[in-house]
Structures are given as structure tokens and as C-alpha cells.
Design a protein around this ligand. Structure first.
Ligand code: HSE
Length: 431
């Protein structure tokens, strides 16, 4: 019999348990696909005595995961702990430094330290694999690194956070409150431990950085990412967007602009019949524009036990087969520093919602500001009539420079009858 590939698993939460279940359930199938058995040597989690719904008695329990890096009977360290630093980073460095393959679902770790870890993996001739870190069950890392390897990629963008997509979809379909829907997503096991990671865009931002690096051969760079979450989107925006023929989606977008790259994470209006507009609930979706493949579109479940564990297993089986490609598709030494576009100079159409007092003259003031800042209005909507009371006033614009739009919003916010910061959402007229 061929030598087994021996794993040590750090973290026995939803994903860790999912991986163990697949290994136990599909041992023979995995052996025949990989050409060798995949076995588990050791495990570690925060709490030892807990019923996890899976039999872990045959595996060696270690009190500290760092010990995995020194075990002779471990070939692969599987990190399912999370966090960009601390235990996860320490374990990654020790494992790769000691010649162990490293498989992780940790997008924060990869977005912050992917470059140095990729270099360390290559130096030691081992794999650094993170299919589960982006879009769960969608094999997007493989697609970009291997499937689309013959293409010059122009853009990659998509819905990268299932919790936000679920919240926005549920709010639209049921008219329920943001907090109520978020709570449900947490109960369903989709949300991050810290909900702000989902709703403020951090989780999707981490994933976008990895896609940008794969698309353009640049070092992943989280710190320079422009990020806006979905806290400021309310039921009024969702309903106006629908009326105008759009859906609101939290999109991660990385696009080549000449010699520079735009990398931005923000809610956008997309046409409701576009492919991204029809992706609802916890589903993720990624579009890739390559010069030969044209548009590739992948949709699937982005979170949860099965999809995420399935992605972890894909990496493990690759390693068992002896397949080892550079983490970001090119050797770490060839990854370049991205040159980012000046976002202020980018051009978009926009949706603007103002909460204004219903009184004469407000619209005249608003339109003067838009005129003075080169903003041309495409459509204008006001529903209801409530003299002296707050009412929403919604506009969509023609193509406008980002810096002109933000200057106009800052000026409109100062109008006495404008009661709060304008809600500004770009319109992405994508397929
Ligand atoms: N919390 C993430 C989401 C899943 O809702 O998509 C893992 O990244």
C-alpha cells in the first residue's frame, strides 16, 4: 500500500468536524482518487471533552497545535482556527518552516501574511493551500490559478460574503429588520464570530485581496483596500433599488485600469436580471473576465460545514496526489507590488438617497450643488408628501467622477433640510 498522507487538524469547529466526517465517510474513494490513503494523526481544539457528533477517539489529542509542526508522523497541518495573527500565524510559520504542507480556510491570515507564507512554503518545497478561504464551496482558487491560467485577467468581481447577501435578500423579500436577519444568519452558522467582519465588509475584503493577487500576480494587500459594509443600507434603499430595476449586492471588485488596479469592496446596485442580481441568499458568485475565456461565472455556497470542508479536502487530495503549485499562481519572488488607481478619478453612475424635510426649495438647493460638481441626474424619485416632515429623496446619476460625487455629497449634507449623511451607492451595470 502507498504511504498514507498524515494530517494534523487544528480547530474542531464546524469546518474541522466537516473535514473529519468526509475523511471517515469517503476513505476508500479518497484513497482511489489520491492514490494513497489520507489519515488523521492528531487533533487539537480549545475544548477537549465535547460531543462534536463525530468519533475522534482514534486520533492523538495534542494540548497545543504548535506541537504539530514537530511531529514526524504528520505531513500536513490543517489550520481551521482562524484569526490573522496569533496561533494561526505561529502555526503556519512553524509548519511550513519544518517542511509540513499547510492547508487553511483562513482568509484573514492569507490576506495579511499570504506573501511571506507563500515564500516560506516555496523555500521549503511544500504547499500552502487555501481553497476554503474564498467563497467556500466554489473552487475559485483553482479556477483562477489553474483553470484560467492561459488568460490575461482583466477583472474579477463578485458576491463574497454569504451573510451580507442573505441579509440583503431576506430584507428585500420579507421586509424584516437588519438585526433580526443577521441573528438568523448567525444561528444558521454562516456568520463570522465577530459579526462586524461580515457586515462591515472585512471578511469579503480579505477574500477580495486574495482574488486580486491571483488575477494580477500582485502581493495580497489588505491594508490599502477601500471597504464599505452594509450597515447604512436600509429598507427604503432596498425598495427604491427594486423600483428602479436593481438589486443591492455587496461586491468585491478588482479591475485593471491601464497599468493600475482598482480594488474596492462596497455595496452596489446591479441590474436585477443580471447574473449577480439573481444570486440570492447565502450564495456567493464570482465573475472572471479573461482575454480568451471572456466571462466566466461561478456560483455556489460560500459558507457552512459541507461546502467549506469540501474545499479543504480538495487541497488535501491535491497534496496527496503530489500536486504543488505556487500559492498565488506565480512564484512568490515574481509577485509584484500593486499600483492602485486613484479612486477619485474613477467614473461610475450612482444612486443617492437623501433624507430631507419636505419643504419648498430643497430640491433647488440639491440640484445647484449637483450642477456645481458636474453631476448629471438620470432619474429622480420622491414618494409621499408630508409637509415639514422627513421624506426620502432618491436620484440616480449619469457617469460621474468619484471625487465629484463625494464632494457633492459632502456639500448636500450641509443643507439645513438634509437631515443625515446622504446614502451613496455606485451602480454597476454588469451582465
Ligand atoms: N462569514 C462568511 C460569509 C463565511 O458569511 O460568507 C466564511 O467566510
Amino acid at each position: 500500500m502507498s504511504k498514507p498522507l498524515r494530517l494534523a487538524i487544528a480547530g474542531l469547529g464546524t469546518v474541522g468536524v466537516g473535514v473529519i466526517k468526509i475523511i471517515q465517510q469517503h476513505a476508500d474513494m479518497i484513497e482511489s482518487r489520491a492514490g494513497r490513503p489520507v489519515t488523521i494523526t492528531a487533533i487539537n481544539a480549545r475544548t477537549r471533552d465535547k460531543d462534536r457528533g463525530v468519533d475522534v477517539n482514534g486520533y492523538q489529542w495534542m494540548d497545543g497545535a504548535a506541537e504539530f509542526a514537530n511531529m514526524d508522523d504528520v505531513d500536513v497541518v490543517v489550520e481551521l482556527v482562524g484569526g490573522s495573527d496569533g496561533l494561526a500565524l505561529d502555526l503556519a510559520k512553524k509548519a511550513l518552516g519544518n517542511g509540513k504542507h499547510f492547508v487553511t480556510a483562513n482568509k484573514a491570515l492569507m490576506a495579511h501574511h499570504g506573501f511571506e507564507l507563500a515564500a516560506l512554503a516555496e523555500k521549503n518545497g511544500v504547499s500552502l493551500s487555501y481553497e476554503a478561504a474564498v467563497a467556500g464551496g466554489i473552487p475559485i482558487i483553482k479556477a483562477m490559478r489553474e483553470g484560467f491560467a492561459g488568460n490575461d485577467i482583466q477583472a474579477v468581481y463578485g458576491i463574497l460574503n454569504g451573510t451580507c447577501n442573505y441579509i440583503l435578500s431576506e430584507m428585500r423579500e420579507t421586509g424584516r429588520d437588519f438585526d433580526d436577519v443577521l441573528k438568523e444568519a448567525q444561528e444558521l452558522g454562516y456568520a463570522e464570530a465577530d459579526p462586524s467582519f461580515d457586515i462591515d465588509g472585512v471578511d469579503a475584503g480579505h477574500k477580495l485581496c486574495l482574488l486580486t493577487a491571483l488575477a494580477f500576480g500582485t502581493k495580497p494587500e489588505f491594508t490599502s483596500l477601500e471597504m464599505t459594509g452594509i450597515r447604512h443600507i436600509n429598507a427604503t434603499d432596498i425598495s427604491f433599488a427594486s423600483e428602479l430595476g436593481y438589486r443591492i449586492k455587496l461586491l468585491g471588485i478588482a479591475r485593471r485600469h491601464g497599468g493600475s488596479i482598482m480594488q474596492v469592496l462596497e455595496p452596489c446596485l446591479v441590474p436585477k436580471n443580471s447574473t449577480l442580481g439573481t444570486v440570492e441568499g447565502v450564495y456567493n458568485a464570482v465573475h472572471i473576465e479573461g482575454d480568451h475565456v471572456m466571462t466566466g461565472h461561478l456560483v455556489g455556497r460560500g459558507a457552512g460545514e459541507g461546502p467549506t470542508a469540501s474545499a479543504v479536502m480538495a487541497d488535501i487530495i491535491d497534496i496527496a496526489r503530489g500536486f504543488n503549485v505556487p500559492a498565488f499562481g506565480v512564484p512568490a519572488s515574481k509577485l509584484t507590488d500593486a499600483k492602485w488607481v486613484d479612486v477619485g478619478e474613477t467614473v461610475n453612475c450612482y444612486y443617492i438617497r437623501l433624507n430631507v424635510l419636505d419643504e419648498p426649495g430643497v430640491l433647488a438647493e440639491v440640484s445647484a450643488i449637483l450642477r456645481d460638481n458636474n453631476v448629471s441626474i438620470e432619474a429622480f424619485l420622491q414618494r409621499g408628501r408630508d409637509p415639514g416632515q422627513p421624506v426620502p429623496l432618491v436620484m440616480t446619476t449619469h457617469e460621474t467622477k468619484h471625487k465629484d460625487m463625494t464632494a457633492a455629497c459632502a456639500a448636500m449634507e450641509k443643507i439645513k433640510s438634509v437631515l443625515e449623511k446622504p446614502c451613496l451607492i455606485p451602480i454597476e451595470n454588469i451582465e
